[in-house]
Each structure stands twice: as structure tokens, then as C-alpha cells.
Design a binder for this molecule. Structure first.
Ligand code: FAD
Ligand code: UDP
Length: 393
């Protein structure tokens, strides 16, 4: 008899398995229909020996000390601040739009104060910001919106930014300084030996059993368990009772090139001319040294594996129907990006899973908890991160 059957070995399922097994001495079975753990964060060494992310670039960043400290139990970190260039009008320009983006694009030499005035002169006044178009146009005006956001978003989501919730393009800020980092979170780092290694360490416990290549539908009636934690698509769990929740998919085209370096930045976004949205060069994220380099192109798709919930009001309404049903389903707990239909980053999913764990249990450590390494204070973690020399790794 398992205490928990966990569907999905991504962040949501793995965090809960780890906590329940090590802190509450629960017997856990994780099933995943894929042939690996890690969910969409899975990485592996390809045929050429380059560490790649199978499901597109995964860059860890968080403002949550709790989340960072928690994951530090299972990995060392490589300090990494992400930077992206956008291919616009024949140039590679920093995105998020910043002072240098404007100066390079228009051949100007404005300072921070002047660029602020410049953007104000372009911005359209929109009384209530509702959509992803409103967010950008109200900050930088229509021309920059069309060069950097409109077509990228139409490609990525298969709909116009005016049809998408404001939260989507709000993920990308506008800056009047020269900060060209994609994220400004307090903690920004990559797992030193990759995500999969981190997951292996999370799940390495005698109370945790794992069945891969297994759709839970095929085994659920044979496996004795008390409670279920479900991290797959919530509409699928309820047999699409209220209709399908839209999820956006991607096709990943991986390539290895016979050169050490291919792109001018770790990620290059292609808003306009290309059918793909972006190209990622993995060695730039992982710091790996290798004579060849591996890249991935992302081609957005309507059909395929569900990767992105689509944030728009009618979808939120449909999700709420499923949520009501989920809340009334005894002994089944829904958690993660697909099961709660939220455009969550990895750290948000970890936080959501830790919160569910606290709800499920009073978190009284048992004797077995002694096998869990103590959580280190984050000040010392950051010192370790900052003092590490990536060139030596
Ligand atoms: P998942 O990782 O999707 O895990 C769910 C698991 O459930 C899957 O392994 C699936 O196979 C399994 N499953 C589903 N149905 C069944 C079934 N019927 N039976 C058995 N198993 C089932 N976040 C960041 O923080 N930084 C990034 O840079 C970043 N980049 C991203 C890039 C892309 C292209 C994508 C798609 C996402 C990115 N994310 C990023 C988001 C990140 O991937 C998610 O936040 C995180 O992986 C979600 O974890 P999860 O456990 O909720 O879901
Ligand atoms: N976006 C855009 N142009 C860009 C980068 C982002 O239009 O160069 C928009 C697009 O709608 C995208 C959203 O902003 O889906 C969020 O971007 P992010 O890089 O956070 O997407 P993710 O990494 O989650 O795919």
C-alpha cells in the first residue's frame, strides 16, 4: 500500500515525493508517462556529449529564499545571469528593451533620462491595461511593440497580443538603464551538474518508487494507494468534462554544430522573419567546455505536448470550473503548471508544491529526516555562488 500515488515526475511531483518520503516517512509511488524524470526541466548529454535541455532552455531564477535553499539540498549551483538578444531590423539588440536597445536601433546616444522622455513621447495612453498589447504599447509605443512583441507573440501563442491577458508580455520589463539581464531576481543560477542530476538526488530515497513509461490511467486501478497527487493537465484528469483547456505546444529542433560557439548570446529571439521564436545555445547556459556546440530552435504549435497554459479570461473561466471539481475530489491534490493551469516558472511550482506539502502534513520530522541534509543559510549559499570560478568548472 502506497500512501501517495504521484502522477508526474517534474518539479511538482518530485518536490512532493521528496518531502513526503524524507520528512513524513510516507511511501510514495511516482508514475510518469515519459521515459525520464524531471518533467519539462529534464536535461541530458546528447550523442556528441553536450548537455542539452530536451524541452527548451530552462534558466533558474527566484526571489524566494525558501525555494532556493530547498533546492540547494540537492544541487550545487553555477552562477548564471541570463541575457537575450533580439534579431530586429538586421541587428542583434538587447531584449528587454533598454537604453542600448533604443540607441542602437535608432542610431542615438541618449542617456537614461533622455530615453525615459523618448519612450514617454512614444507611449500611448491606455486608461485600463488589460491585454498583452496594452502593456507594451502603453510603455514603448506602437513601433517598438511591432518590432519586438507583436509578431513574436502571434507566433508563440497563435493569437494577437490584444487577445492575451496582460500577464504574458508583462513578464518582459522595459528599462531606461543599461541593465541587459533577462531577469533581476535575487537568486539566479543553474544546477551545476544539470537538472536531471538534481532530480535524481531528490528522488533517491527508499520510500520512493518510480515507474517510467507509465500512463497513470493504465495502472491506477491495480495500485493500492491512499491519496493521489496529480500534476498532469487538469482537464484530462476529468475526461474533458467541460471541454478542452487550451495549452500551447512547441516543436523543438535540436542541432549540434561543428564549432565551439554559434550564437552572439545564450538565446537569440527572432520576432519577425523566422518561423521559430528563438534559438538557444546550451553551452552558454551550462558553462560546459566542448569543441562542438548544441542549439535548439523552438517552433510554436497548436497541437502536441501541452507546454503553456494560455492566459486569457475565457480560459480562466473554464479552468475555474475544473478547479471547483478538483476541490471537491476527495484525496486527490492538484499541483503544478498543468494541473493548476498557471503560467508558472520552475520556482513558482516548487513554492506551490512546498505549500501543498505543508497543507498535507504538519511536517513533523521523523527519525528518517536525519538523512536529509540540513538547509544551509542563503547568505552562505550566495557567498559560495559568488566566489566560485565558472571557468574552472
Ligand atoms: P511538468 O514538468 O510538465 O511535469 C508534469 C509531468 O507529468 C510530465 O513529466 C508528464 O509526462 C507527466 N504526466 C502528465 N500526464 C500524465 C499521465 N497521464 N500519466 C503519467 N504521467 C503524466 N521555468 C523557469 O523557471 N525558467 C525557464 O527558463 C523556463 N523555461 C521554459 C521553457 C519552455 C519551453 C517551457 C515549456 C517551460 C519553461 N519553464 C521555465 C517552465 C517550467 O518548465 C515549469 O514551470 C515546470 O517544469 C513545471 O513543472 P511541473 O511539475 O508542474 O510540470
Ligand atoms: N515576448 C515577445 N518578444 C520577445 C520576448 C517575449 O513578444 O522578444 C512576449 C511573448 O508573448 C512571450 C512573452 O513575452 O510569450 C513572455 O516571454 P518569456 O521570455 O517569459 O517566455 P517563455 O520563456 O516563458 O517562453
Amino acid at each position: 500500500m502506497f500512501d501517495y500515488l504521484i502522477v508526474g515526475a517534474g518539479f511538482a511531483g518530485s518536490v512532493l515525493a521528496e518531502r513526503l518520503a524524507t520528512r513524513s516517512n510516507k511511501k510514495v509511488l511516482i508514475v510518469d508517462k515519459r521515459n525520464h524524470i524531471g518533467g519539462n526541466a529534464y536535461d541530458h548529454y546528447n550523442e556528441e556529449g553536450v548537455l542539452v535541455h530536451k524541452y527548451g532552455p530552462h534558466i533558474f531564477h527566484t526571489n524566494s529564499r525558501e525555494v532556493f535553499d530547498y533546492l540547494t539540498n540537492f544541487t550545487e549551483w553555477r552562477p548564471y545571469e541570463h541575457r537575450v538578444l533580439a534579431s530586429v531590423d538586421g541587428q542583434f539588440l538587447p531584449i528587454p528593451i533598454n537604453l542600448d536597445t533604443i540607441n542602437k536601433l535608432y542610431g542615438l546616444s541618449l542617456n537614461s533620462f533622455e530615453v525615459e522622455q523618448f519612450l514617454e513621447s512614444l507611449a500611448e495612453s491606455i486608461p485600463v491595461i488589460k491585454t498583452s498589447e496594452d502593456v507594451v504599447v502603453s510603455k514603448v509605443g506602437r513601433e517598438l511593440y511591432e518590432k519586438f512583441f507583436r509578431n513574436y507573440t502571434r507566433k508563440q501563442w497563435g493569437m494577437d497580443p490584444s487577445e492575451l491577458d496582460k500577464s504574458v508580455t508583462s513578464r518582459v520589463p522595459t528599462r531606461t538603464n543599461r541593465d541587459d539581464r533577462y531577469f533581476t531576481d535575487t537568486y539566479q543560477a543553474m544546477p551545476l551538474h544539470g537538472y536531471t542530476r538534481m532530480f535524481e538526488r531528490m528522488l533517491d530515497h527508499p520510500n520512493i518508487s518510480i515507474m517510467l513509461n507509465t500512463d497513470y490511467h493504465d495502472v491506477v486501478s491495480f495500485i493500492p494507494f491512499k491519496e493521489m497527487i496529480f500534476t498532469g493537465p487538469v482537464d484530462e484528469y476529468f475526461d474533458f468534462k467541460f471541454g478542452k483547456l487550451p495549452y500551447r505546444s512547441l516543436e523543438f529542433k535540436h542541432e549540434t554544430m561543428n564549432c565551439e560557439n554559434f550564437l552572439p548570446a545564450p538565446v537569440v529571439n527572432y520576432p519577425n522573419e523566422q518561423p521559430y521564436t528563438r534559438i538557444t545555445e546550451f553551452k552558454a547556459l551550462t558553462g560546459q567546455k566542448h569543441p562542438k556546440t548544441s542549439i535548439v530552435y523552438e517552433y510554436p504549435q497548436a497541437e502536441g505536448d501541452p507546454y503553456y497554459p494560455v492566459p486569457r479570461p475565457e480560459n480562466a473561466e473554464l479552468y475555474n470550473k475544473y478547479k471547483k471539481l478538483a476541490d471537491q475530489t476527495p484525496n486527490v491534490h492538484f499541483v503544478g503548471r498543468l494541473a493548476t493551469y498557471k503560467y508558472y516558472n520552475m520556482d513558482q511550482v516548487v513554492a506551490q508544491a512546498l505549500t501543498l506539502y505543508k497543507k498535507l502534513t504538519t511536517d513533523k520530522p521523523t527519525e528518517k529526516a536525519a538523512t536529509t541534509p540540513p538547509i544551509t543559510g542563503s547568505a552562505s549559499i550566495m557567498e559560495k555562488i559568488l566566489s566560485r570560478d565558472p571557468a574552472k568548472e
